[in-house]
Design a protein around this ligand. Sequence first.
Ligand code: GTP
Length: 977
Amino acid sequence: MVKKRVHELAKELNIESKEIIKKLSQMGIEVKSHMSTIEDKDVGEILRQYRKAGQADEKKVSERTSKVSETRGAPNAAAPTARESKGDLRRDKEKNALDAKKTDKNRGTQSGSRHRTDYNRGPGLVDRVPSRPPDRRFQEKPPEKQARPWGAPKVEQQTKPKMVESPPERPKFDKPQQDRPLQEKRQLERPLAEQPAMPKPTQGRTGQTRPQGEHARPDRPFHERGQGQTKPQPQGRTPGTAPQQGPTPRYPRQGGPGRPQDQRSAGGFRPGGGPAVTGARVGERGAAPMGPSDRRVFDRGPGTAAKPRTDQQAIRPMARPDDKGRPALLQTKTPDKQKPVSKPGAQKTAKGRYEKRSAIAEHAEGKLRHRTGPRKKGPAKSHEIKPLQPVEKKPVILGESTTVQELSLKMHKGPAELIKKLLSMGVMVTINQEIDTDTALILAEEYGYEVEIKLPVDLEAQLMQEPEEDSALLQTRPCVVTVMGHVDHGKTSLLDAIRETNVTATEAGGITQHIGAYQVEHNGKKITFVDTPGHEAFTAMRARGAQVTDIAILVVAADDGVMPQTIEAINHSKDAKVPIIVAINKIDKPGANPDRVKQELTEHGLVAEEWGGDTICVNVSAIKREGLTDLLEMILLVAEVSELKANQNRPARGTVIEAELDKARGPVANVLVQNGSLNIGDTIIAGAALGRVRAMMDDKGRRIKKAGPSTPVEVIGFSDVPLAGDIFMAVEDEKLARTIVARRQTKKREEELKTTTRVSLEDLFKHIQEGQIKELGIIVKADVQGSVEALRQALERLNTGEVKVNIIHGGVGAISETDIMFASASNAIIIGFNVRPDVNARKAAESEKVDVRLYRVIYDAIEDVKAAMSGLLDPEYKEVMLGRAEIRKIFRASKIGTIAGCYVLEGKLERDAGVRVVRDGIVVHEGKLDSLKRFKDDVKEVVQGYECGLALEKFNEIKEGDIIEAFSIEAIKRELS
Ligand SMILES: Nc1nc2c(ncn2[C@@H]2O[C@H](COP(=O)(O)OP(=O)(O)OP(=O)(O)O)[C@@H](O)[C@H]2O)c(=O)[nH]1
């Protein structure tokens, strides 16, 4: 017969092998391990001892279960007493073990064996396993770990009332159902974090042999000690217990972590599983194998009187906003005294959490709701999910101008999208190109943006702003007189006569070519005269905002009468609201007729005083110096009536009359100080020129240190040459002046780029239509003088009523850089016949944007000009220069012909390009390439810096030094004019 091993016997007895070993040791039998064999007699002895103990257990269990049945008023169908079969020892033992575990579990112990159950039962059983102490691991666990699982029957509590230390409090567990709401309410009033997941053991500890005070720590609250276990659970909880970490299980688990599997199975409840021992009892109440929801029903049933509060703890309802209408039991409101550890605002936080969940849920469903009531303050506020608000487009703030990129950032649109949009609007821009405010405004409005235009602070206006004058500081100033009139009516002669100087003699050709300003004194009063070459300068000055003159002297030759420029001068003076004094000059001449002049003036709104009008007319003779005094007196009279005053104790301000660049002195400006005083050392600004007054000369060339109002002076010290008509001023803030000058220079360059319109045959008709061009200047260059003359005559015959052809220059030879510069200065085009521009001329033509037309047939040149003047020029094809090569060596081959060894000077030569042979600027041949080689290989192209060999189609008369020009003809799109 095979001997039993230790573990086999232990398994048979459902105990641990260790206990068998210990038992054998007590019997004086030493075994090494659980695999050791045991003699049959020893096995019999052990079995005998355990059977004896098992019978005692059965008896006790039977007694307990009977009492439970009596207490619950239900038949004890599953009582162990029903089992009479002594042969089924193992099942009996298991049953006893299960009952024992239930008891232990309620005590808070984790005894998994019958042995331990026996150990707790009394001294009589301890002797059997004296060496095994109680398992402290489970007793020392936190209360949550020792809690009785939900659903565990309270049979032991009922069957062992003698173990309860405070019997009078027991009825609390046996309260009828109507008392439970209060209990549940207390349970719910407790913050979730305070509530342990499991009920604390109450009965279990009382059933232990260990003295009550053993586990009770003096520093712990009373209810955590042994005495506290007799109290109802809600009150027996520890205020201030550490908040439970992690989510609270809705239902207590039957077998928590660390619990032996056997105990779990013996817990009396198997969710979804077959009924265990206590499951049978559940079934007695009409409950089938239950799920979690069933458990709650079960625990709240009438038959669960002994059940304390586990269900409320497990299925504690969450705080809900609709608690108001719910029974008090389910409401979450808690009196302050019932929540000793609840933090201020905890209730709101819980609510806020709920609201957050609700908001998330609503958001997920796309049902964003709008809060109608006032928003509650508190911690929950930060957790709320606000409903999405429609994105509001902020107004686009525009400045003076903006780039496409800046606008795209402001409008949150892609630059490409804006460029595309602008293109559809007919505006072709790049990403970094500036667009004006109007365009930006339209574009922003296209995308539904509001636009705010905030122009930067206008420093210019700030500078130009005239300070308010204190009338007490104003003093009478000399009047400024401008002399105007038709050509050769004697303006300069009259001034000469007045100044008693002879300026005319110094003028080249006797024609006034610059603006002069002079000051004379008559009867102790100064008069400043400004001589102008004509009305255009006058107009230009006014266009720049300069109201230079106080009185206009209109010179009309008595023998000539009112002429076109006289009329223009009248109109300008009227437009400037300047009083006019008519000087009828040359009265000494035999044909002089002042009355006819007065008559003619009346036709233009100037009626002489003697004829009942208000126009002063003075008969003068500049040559004979007659009537000059009368004229001066009339000037002073008008000035007096005008009450011309100025403050000479303020920074100077005036107008640039003329300016030039002197080789020795640098920029020199003739300025008229109109207000304030200009001093040496003053920082001055005029247009885009900045400077500091280094020296000043009066109209007689004398150095002065100060120039008061209405004083013409020559100023040295400008950094650049200002323009005639620019307003100049002395500024105290040099930094501001520099900033403004920099801006003006930038603006000036931009305007120059915008307004520079070079005439070309392509847009000639457009300019003619716009009235910008009334004369077409042409420079003719040809290979021979005969061609020049032929072209000149042919072109000059093309004059029409709208435009006149003016051959400003004609010559023989290649087109030079000088020709280009001349054409640029005259805004003319260049027509080349059988000639080519040299390298410098080509570069100059590109930079100066001079239109250079090259022809080999005179007729073509004439037809082009004719078509351009009539708007019929067909610019469908345009020659594009590809490159130039110089012939450096000539090779002659009998089969091929003449081969040119070339060096590509610029660009490239292409095999299929058109070529032109240019010798000394003269085109000697135009045709195509026959071959293009690099060494022995045919190539498609040869670029700059490389040598090549080429042969021309049907042309062998090439020479070393000839230039081969390669070109292509490109079709260009005709634009509608
Ligand atoms: N007989 C006579 N000749 C005069 C008189 N005044 C000017 N002249 C002559 O007229 C011609 C033109 O005189 P200017 O003083 O140059 O005339 P202007 O109006 O200044 O001419 P621009 O400067 O070209 O506009 C000169 O030959 C003068 O000698 C005059 O009172 N009598």
